[in-house]
Design a binder for this molecule. Structure first.
Ligand code: ADP
Ligand code: 5GP
Length: 197
């Protein structure tokens, strides 16, 4: 059976991390890719757990040697998906990439271009029930300054509209319902592959 890449995207604060953590706890056939970033760690974030925190020089060096499956800049910081880890993890399990919409589409197009050799990519957008809930969640997390919150908000519109190109949209209103919807999508995609292979 061929493993897949499940890309989970959505605006900051929508609940991606919360949902992905729940999925991983329940499903040992899934692994999460840990991205590299030049952003400073938030309180409680650890190197190698939420991200690999790199200096700009370290990031550029890895980028130049083709170490990233994709990379992008958000809010003045760079984020990249480690290619070699993802490729080797896919031998064993399906892999979740918690990355933004631009990165998600880039990964899907890259795999499509490989034809038969490409890995199936399933794009899943997590959307907020409304803007007010999203802002409350971001404020509740309390990790950003007022200025950072403003620039993050400006990006939400773009992310949600790009999300229309995604395979699935899950609205994270009631957390338990959103978890159930995500689980169903993953099961459905796994079953599809079993039929095809
Ligand atoms: P992201 O990873 O998308 O930036 P997080 O998973 O860190 O978002 O969630 C942001 C905040 O919203 C956290 O405080 C989390 O507990 C809360 N949250 C997540 N899902 C829900 C939900 N369905 N209802 C209410 N609060 C939620
Ligand atoms: P945060 O700083 O809130 O952790 O993440 C900011 C944004 O960067 C989020 O939209 C997140 O999904 C995205 N992101 C995290 N890792 C990667 C990555 O490796 N590649 C890309 N393209 N985006 C990423």
């Amino acid at each position: 059976m061929q493993n897949s890449l499940f890309v989970i995207s959505g605006p900051s604060g929508v609940g991606k991390g919360t949902l992905v953590k729940a999925l991983l706890e329940e499903d040992p056939t899934l692994a999460l890719s840990i991205s590299c970033t030049t952003r400073a760690p938030r309180a409680g974030e650890r190197h190698g757990v939420e991200y690999f925190f790199l200096t700009r020089e370290e990031f550029d060096k890895r980028r130049e040697s083709g170490d990233f499956l994709e990379y992008d800049e958000h809010f003045g910081n760079y984020y990249g998906t480690p290619r070699s880890w993802v490729v080797s993890a896919l031998n064993e399990r399906s892999v979740i990439l918690e990355i933004d919409v631009v990165g998600g589409i880039h990964v899907r197009d890259g795999e499509r271009e490989k034809g038969e050799a490409g890995v199936p990519v399933v794009l899943i957008m997590i959307a907020p029930p409304d803007m007010e809930s999203l802002e409350k969640r971001l404020a509740h997390r309390g990790a950003e300054s007022a200025e950072q919150l403003k620039s993050r908000r400006a990006r939400v519109e773009m992310e949600l509209s790009t999300g229309r190109q995604y395979d699935y949209i899950v609205v994270n209103d009631d957390l338990e319902e959103a978890k159930r919807a995500l689980r169903e999508i993953i099961e459905r995609e796994k079953n599809k592959k079993e039929v095809n292979t």
